[in-house]
Design a protein around this ligand. Structure first.
Ligand code: ZN
Length: 295
């Protein structure tokens, strides 16, 4: 890929919507058990690896153009990426980063060594980033996949989530902003920013949008969740975690609105558990309680 190609990709950002045909396979930092949109790619070579954070590959069925999300662990990711490229299953078009932390953007330099001039789309502090999309800016992967960047500053100021559409199919990569039944720590931001990110931005996505977070933290998240909100939705997720190791892509924004306590800060039961009623104070108190939770 030349740097001109790189510019083309970047300039292709706002483009016309058409029929979206994304394929999404999980690449846990390791490329784990593959997941996909219904009826689409589940590569047999996928396997579960050794870390709790996830990388993903997104493939446009028609063109095989593909981008990888947060490939932070090159020893595990690069061999699988190479195999996908060498076997002609994908045309590798770039990296998408959710934020600058090492366990998300830390594989960029190593990937660039193998694949020089790879475009890197991500927050401004991500290693070797080439393009930082504006809030709500869109770009495409191949011909079919439309991606919208959603700025969600708080965990880091450069946190960006990516909402992908395939006609009826919708998914969102949420990095360390939204986890299944939880949210990231407020390292560089405030309760107000997390409230905006979770409840005014991600929480307003279509309810059937499937959530692909940056880490597998669901089991401990819902343990905390149950300590402040004991509802059927919460109990269902506790049960799911007892039976399943991996939860990415299994739950939607609609599910999160029910079982994620950080997205229910106006729920009287949660107000009671936190002793606060102001939404921002509830948000901060929940985060503090979670930080100190030893369930
Ligand atoms: Zn992080």
């Amino acid at each position: 890929m030349t740097s001109a190609d790189r510019d083309d990709l970047v300039q292709a950002l706002p483009s016309k919507r058409s029929n979206y045909k994304p394929t999404i396979c999980k690449l846990p930092q390791l490329f784990g058990a593959a997941v996909s949109l219904p009826g689409r790619c589940v590569p047999p070579e996928a396997r579960t690896g050794s870390h709790d954070n996830y990388a993903y590959v997104v493939i446009d069925d028609k063109t095989k153009d593909a981008m990888i999300v947060d490939p932070a662990n090159p020893p595990e990711v690069l061999p699988v990426l190479k195999e996908l490229i060498d076997s002609g299953k994908i045309n590798f078009k770039g990296i998408i980063n959710t934020h600058h932390h090492r366990d998300h953007a830390g594989g960029n330099a190593e990937t660039l060594k193998q694949y020089p001039h790879t475009p890197i789309i991500g927050g401004k502090d991500c290693d070797q980033v080439t393009t930082t999309p504006k809030h709500n800016e869109t770009f495409k992967i191949g011909e079919g996949i439309n991606v919208r960047a959603i700025h969600t500053p708080c965990h880091t100021q450069d946190s960006i989530c990516y909402f992908l559409e395939d006609g009826e199919e919708k998914v969102v990569f949420t990095g360390d902003t939204l986890f299944i039944a939880g949210c990231g720590r407020f390292f560089e931001g405030t309760a107000e920013e997390m409230h905006e990110a979770l409840n005014n931005r991600l929480g307003k996505l279509p309810e059937d949008t499937r959530v692909y977070p940056g880490h597998e933290y669901t089991k401990s998240n819902i343990k905390f969740g149950k300590s402040v909100l004991d509802t059927p939705a919460v109990r269902d997720l506790v049960q799911f975690c007892e039976e399943n190791e991996e939860t990415q892509g299994k739950f939607t924004i609609g599910d999160e609105l029910k079982h994620n306590v950080f997205m229910r800060i106006e729920d009287p039961e949660i107000q009671k558990a936190t002793g606060e009623t102001d939404p921002l104070k509830v948000m901060q108190k929940l985060r503090d309680m979670k930080n100190n939770f030893r369930g």
